[in-house]
Write a protein that binds this ligand. Structure first.
Ligand code: HEM
Length: 481
């Protein structure tokens, strides 16, 4: 793998003007990539009042997100998001962010997350149950929606554990998805003041009130009757500032619950949608995946221990995130005059880092347009700061271990049970609203894979919460509504 790449442009690059708007509007990530090839590592866009600086070189990425991160704030895009998540981690800044990050970091430690694996597994198994019925009836599944529903259920259940039943999980998931859709309207009309009402404002408030009342109820119940549950809510309630000993207030916990819902489901759902798509497109990759799953798991459910041996499964997810990073653009606002490389940057400039471009930088990735999970095999040098699906520096995604564990479990369990193939005539390309996702529904046919264990046709939860393989005639519905 080539790792050279001294940043180009020590002189001020020629900026793009308004004439590029049609190219930008047509396909933003591809246009950004073209700017790398046309003008180099630092590219200015002067689009009327909007002055943007595109930062493509890994050294500059490190400067903005890591070394000099205090100079680069989150900017105005987060105003609309704060209406939903309040002062939660994702959109907050300064001292409040630092304090919250310190409080929450331990909850996302790999060891704490291990306790959430069984909740994830149970939720995935319930979906597989539905897919089994669909497969028998020869019915296709729309996998993008199925992944969105699944990851929403996982995040709600890992948050509230046994306190929440299936009906309420679904209800909360739907209310949150509604609030998110309505929030996007405000996000893309950010130039309009709040005093101008928009259709959907009332429905947005109603959805938030609905979720608020449930979340505050769970918080109150848990404070009154503490449990030893290993769910995220308990981890948030137990979190304590090392210096002051202070816990979070109810309002802070509520904001972080909303933040985790927001940050933690659409991203993973999108990666998983792309994974099913690439498996359909690259039969050799699919064959290698199935071979690994069959030899490591031998028909059993994945555990944390077996996940560590499912190397190809991990490599496939990592390459999918290189190719299709859901957070395809990381914006920052310059808070004080600075210099990137040799380029002076004025306070108020908007800096855009696009993982989509950085992941395809030809000085750092060999044949970047080729999909190849081998890039992430053990012993390969993944170029530093050139692979940033979870961001970088102090604001690195706090849920990256959660997301990797969840995606590996979903991929292992689903691919163990089914082969998915895209229905003919569907042409997929990426679209960017709000994450980099397939531009249309992914209707896929399901084919049940032969299981390596001869008489076992299903995985079923036992009373102790463990799983075992049972013959079909002994299967009873355990985890259904
Ligand atoms: C494939 C899945 C995911 C991707 C690609 C992803 C990507 C990202 C990125 C790029 C950032 C940094 C944004 C910035 O610097 O402006 C971020 C931040 C964050 N993510 Fe994720 N994320 C994923 C899953 C999750 C999950 C599962 C959770 C929670 C369970 C989560 C919670 C957060 C939070 C709270 C932040 C804000 C951290 C801070 O500012 O201190 N993410 N994520």
């Amino acid at each position: 793998m080539m790792v050279n790449g001294t940043p180009q442009h020590t002189r001020r690059p020629r900026p793009y003007g308004l004439r590029v708007l049609p190219r930008l509007a047509k396909n933003p990530p591809e246009f950004f990539l073209e700017t790398l090839h046309e003008r180099g590592d630092l590219v200015e866009l002067n689009l009327g009042p909007a002055r943007l600086l595109l930062v493509h070189h890994p050294d500059h990425v490190r400067h903005v997100l890591q070394e000099n991160w205090r100079t680069y704030g989150k900017g105005s895009m987060w105003v609309a998001i704060r209406k939903l998540v309040g002062n939660g981690l994702l959109g907050s800044e300064g001292q409040h962010w630092l304090q919250q990050r310190r409080l929450m970091q331990p909850a996302f430690h790999r060891q704490k997350l291990a306790a959430l694996a069984s909740t994830m597994t149970t939720t995935i198994a319930a979906m597989l149950d539905d897919w089994n019925s669909a497969a028998r009836a020869d019915k296709p599944v729309e996998v993008a929606q199925a992944m969105a529903d699944l990851t929403m259920q996982i995040i709600v259940r890992t948050m509230f554990g046994a306190s929440i039943d299936s009906a309420e999980t679904r209800d909360l998931g739907q209310a949150f998805a509604r609030a998110l859709r309505l929030m996007n309207v405000r996000m893309w009309t950010f130039f309009l003041p709040d005093s101008i009402p928009l259709p959907g404002d009332r429905a947005f408030r109603e959805a938030i009130n609905h979720i608020d009342s449930a979340v505050y109820r769970f918080i109150t119940q848990r404070r009154q009757n503490p449990t030893t549950e290993n769910d995220l809510l308990n981890l948030l309630l137990e979190a304590r500032d090392e210096e002051t000993g202070a816990h979070m207030t109810d309002q802070q916990v509520r904001d972080e619950v909303f933040t985790i819902f927001l940050a933690g489901h659409e991203t993973t759902a999108t990666v998983m949608s792309w994974v099913w798509y690439v498996l359909d497109q690259y039969p050799d990759v699919q064959r290698r995946l199935h071979a690994e799953l069959d030899s490591v798991l031998v028909g059993r459910l994945p555990t944390l221990e077996s996940l560590s041996r499912l190397n190809y499964t991990r490599m496939l997810i990592e390459e999918t995130m290189r190719f299709y990073p859901p957070s395809w653009m990381i914006p920052r606002s310059v808070e004080a005059d600075d210099t990137i490389g040799a380029l002076p940057v004025k306070k108020g400039t908007t800096v855009l880092i696009s993982p989509y471009v950085v992941h395809r930088h030809p000085d750092f990735w060999e044949n970047p347009a080729t999909f190849d999970p081998e890039r992430f095999a053990a012993g390969q040098n993944v170029p530093r700061h050139a692979y940033i699906p979870f961001g970088e520096g102090p604001r690195l995604c706090i849920g990256n271990n959660f997301a990797m564990m969840e995606m590996q479990l979903i991929l292992a369990m689903v691919a163990q049970a089914f082969r998915l193939s895209l229905q003919p005539g569907i042409n997929i390309r990426p679209t960017t609203m709000p994450v980099l996702r397939p531009n249309q529904p992914l209707h896929m046919n399901l084919q049940v894979r032969t299981r390596p264990v001869s008489n076992a046709t299903w995985l079923m939860a036992t009373e102790t919460g463990e799983y075992q393989l049972v013959p079909e005639h002994e299967r009873i519905d355990t985890d259904r509504d």
